[in-house]
Design a protein around this ligand. Structure first.
Ligand code: ADP
Ligand code: MG
Length: 484
């Protein structure tokens, strides 16, 4: 995919910056003890703080702060020992306080970066401007009653991390990779489950276009897009729309837009507010957040191995290609599965089996690797049978399919179906002799110089032995027996 889009006046560069709202994994909300579980009955997880009752005071949840700090460290950001919570004032039916508690001038994390794993094996660095903490709003339900809207405050006050990127992305594909990578990092850290269908990860897409090398254009912001595919569609659509507007003599208004998943288009929602419209000011109910540097360092030491480090280890220790290593480390569960399969075995063979055969089955069955019909140990057992010559590579695929269907171990299937590799020269010679007798014309052609026919004979011999012959032995014997 080219980074530039073609318009009537030549090529245009697309500029993308993403704001991600990531729900913090925490049993309690940011400023109250109410529960956060997804899918609860409406308004059953609401404290008086979340409902904006008069006189109720927020108390910060230390665990949420810890989660935000860990995330900041995981994206190579600087954790600020001093940060401030502000009130962002606006009215919304599902925002009972009349303001959102957020961080404005002094966020908990400044700077950072996320590495994109490009399909060609290279990486690209995307800058992160900041990560700040804020509370989520409630939810208006417009589809429960013909003439009324209902309000569910379960989500009100849930802790969010807003992660703002620099305008460093240039294609929809890069935006997709960025979200996936950020999600992968947060899942490794256990700070956000990244579940976009449940709304724990939402994305605002800022898009503008410019002539390559020119000044940055005016951006639009498409709000609350809730799947990676939709983010990519929204960006593609928005970039083309902007090019058409500008080339048609119009100008882009800085505005907030909505994505329509049914049509794959965006439409204007409202003109963009400016920061000063929100009348930000430090929340008088909350003291500035002071974090001990020693505590930050303690959390840094306790961080798990993250995807980038794990990928580097796979490349160094297992000699995998950057692409394969990137695919295997993207989800912790996949990496764990792979490491079990690779242990004491050829790591490349293990990687091939996981990324091609196993992923194929998981895709087909729409299953996560945790629910794989073949366990890591069982797959390892199959690979061992290939490595020690019990079965050949082709039969192994057949055995694998049988493992998927029956849940049996590879060795049992091989015995049951009599699939052991035949390396016995006598049996193979006999099969070759039969194939040659049936194809005398081709034998003559081969002998008069058409050596390409070897492949045909290999195929026929394998077929005659039910695919079980040792391909190396077959090749060797064929060359000998076909020689003029
Ligand atoms: P706001 O609160 O107004 O949305 P933020 O600073 O929170 O502002 O976020 C701005 C987002 O827009 C960032 O992700 C930034 O990278 C992106 N951005 C800024 N300028 C441009 C531009 N010209 N084109 C595309 N994205 C941009
Ligand atoms: Mg914004």
């Amino acid at each position: 995919m080219s980074a530039l889009i073609k318009g009537e006046t030549g090529e245009w560069e697309v500029i993308i910056g993403l704001e991600i709202h990531a729900q913090v994994i925490s049993k309690a909300k940011l400023f109250s003890g109410a529960a956060t579980a997804f899918g609860a009955e409406p308004n059953t997880q609401v404290s008086t703080v979340d409902a904006g009752f008069p006189g109720m005071l927020p108390v910060i949840n230390g665990y949420c702060v810890e989660q935000a700090v860990k995330t900041g460290l995981g994206i190579n950001g600087t954790v600020n020992p001093h940060s401030v919570f502000d009130r962002k004032n606006y009215f919304y039916a599902d925002l009972p306080q009349g303001y959102q508690i957020s961080q404005y001038q002094q966020p908990i994390v400044s700077g950072g970066s996320v590495l994109l794993d490009m399909p060609d094996g290279t990486t690209r660095t995307i800058g992160v401007t900041r990560l700040h903490m804020e509370q989520d709003a409630g939810k208006s339900l417009h589809d429960q009653h013909p003439s009324q809207s209902y309000i569910d405050l379960n989500r009100s006050g849930v802790a969010l991390m807003e992660i703002v990127s620099e305008p460093d992305m240039r294609t929809a594909e890069e935006a997709g990779l960025y979200i996936k990578k950020l999600r992968s990092i947060m899942r490794y850290l256990g700070t956000c489950d990244g579940n976009m269908e449940e709304g724990s990860l939402r994305c605002d897409c800022n898009v503008s276009v410019r002539k390559p090398g020119g000044e940055l254009g005016t951006r639009t912001e498409t709000k609350n897009v809730n799947s990676v595919r939709y983010v990519m569609q929204a960006i593609e659509y928005e970039a083309r729309r902007q090019v058409e507007v500008i080339e048609g003599g119009g100008t882009i208004k800085q505005e907030t837009r909505l994505f329509d998943p049914g049509k794959g288009t965006t439409r204007a929602m409202r003109s963009k507010e400016h920061a000063h419209d929100y009348r930000y000011f430090p929340d008088p109910d909350l003291l500035p957040l002071e974090i001990e540097p020693a505590w930050i360092e303690g959390l840094r030491k306790g961080l798990p191995e993250l995807p980038d480090e794990r990928k580097a280890r796979y490349i160094a220790d297992y000699k995998l290609t950057p692409y394969d290593a990137g695919v295997l480390v993207a989800e912790q569960e996949t990496a764990q599965f792979y490491e079990t399969v690779a242990k004491g075995r050829d790591p490349k063979l293990a990687s091939n089996w996981v990324t091609t055969e196993l992923f194929g089955v998981l895709n087909r069955q729409r299953k996560a690797i945790q629910d794989s019909p073949v366990t890591a140990k069982a797959l390892g057992g199959l690979i061992d049978l290939v490595s020690d010559g019990t079965i050949n590579g082709r039969i192994a695929k057949e055995v694998f399919e049988a493992m998927v269907e029956t849940g049996k171990e590879a060795a049992a299937i091989v015995e049951e179906k009599g699939l052991r590799q035949v390396s016995d020269t006598g049996a193979i010679e006999k099969a070759i002799a039969e194939v040659m007798a049936k194809n005398q014309d081709k034998v003559a052609e081969y002998r008069s110089g058409k050596e390409k026919l070897l492949g045909f004979f290999v195929g026929q011999t394998m077929k005659a032995t039910g695919g079980k012959a040792n391909p190396g032995v077959v090749n060797e014997l064929l060359k000998k027996m076909l020689a003029p």
